[in-house]
Design a protein around this ligand. Sequence first.
Ligand code: 46X
Length: 327
Amino acid sequence: RDTVVANPAYSYYDKEYLCAVKIGTPPQTLPLDFDTGSADLWVFSSETPSSYVSTGKAIYTPSKSSTAKLVTGSTWALTYGDGSSSSGDVYTDNVTIGSLKVAAQAVEAAQKVSSQFAADTALSGLLGLAFGTANQAKPRVKTFFDNIRPALPLPIFTVNLKKGAPGSFNFGYIDSTQYTGAITYTPVTPRYSLWEFGVSGFSIGQGAKNSTIIDAVADTGTSLLLLPISIVKAYYAQIAGSSYSTNYGAYVYPCSITPPDFNFYIGSAKQTVPGRYMNYGYISNTQCYGGIQSQGTLMFSLFGDIALKAQFVVFDASVPRIGWANK
Ligand SMILES: N#Cc1c(N)n[nH]c1N1CCCC1
């Protein structure tokens, strides 16, 4: 069991959360985006064209690791929902998170990355925490959590992200100081190999509970809280002066206003996302980018960092199930 600090990158609006991961012998430390919405551990590497590697970015150089082994013939390619992409070849090497070490973990080395990743000066890759069936390597490889799970006291990891401050991913145990009240669990249906669960209803601010079922995915790799358009419209109807900006393709609101809380229910347990968490950034000195946006044509809602940073979440592979608590 162990814990790793999750540092918010671009912390004025918490775009993503990065954790230090040690790869190889001697260890090469890379800040990786722990992503429960994908299942590949991929890294910027010595094989990534240098024009795509921003100055100072940590990369994985397998030739400098005495324990690196090329997996001959294996390849990988990823395209994320936001259109970003990466691809390359596969090594195995020692990977350590905190004190948790997997020998011969598959490490997917990038030979190509899209402009979005090249522009992200903070991250050196991703560590996927979705179910292994979502892995995109050919042949498929196991995630770090798949590999470390048998060594953990409990087959779980917990996510305690914070607004503009370091939080933590804990593996194998629950730290009861990280939440208040009870943890309410609900089953996960890995229909898409994701941490997909049912939300039993929602309410806006002090409003009445609407018992519409929301089909949701818990996704640390997504910054926002993406919901059905009907709920999004009902939410911004509560904020005077908010509007849909065609320029940004998003709902914006006057920064001078603190938006209402967004509450969602796990069973009958009310989980609250405080309105003060809804500011995803200033787009002018008066207009702010809302943390709640439409899920568009996605077949599920995405409970990304805007929702996760308000909660303590247990990702439990034993059922599978997911547990939520306020904090
Ligand atoms: N889009 C998207 C997305 C997602 N739903 N989970 N993780 C994502 N990314 C990780 C790095 C880029 C996008």
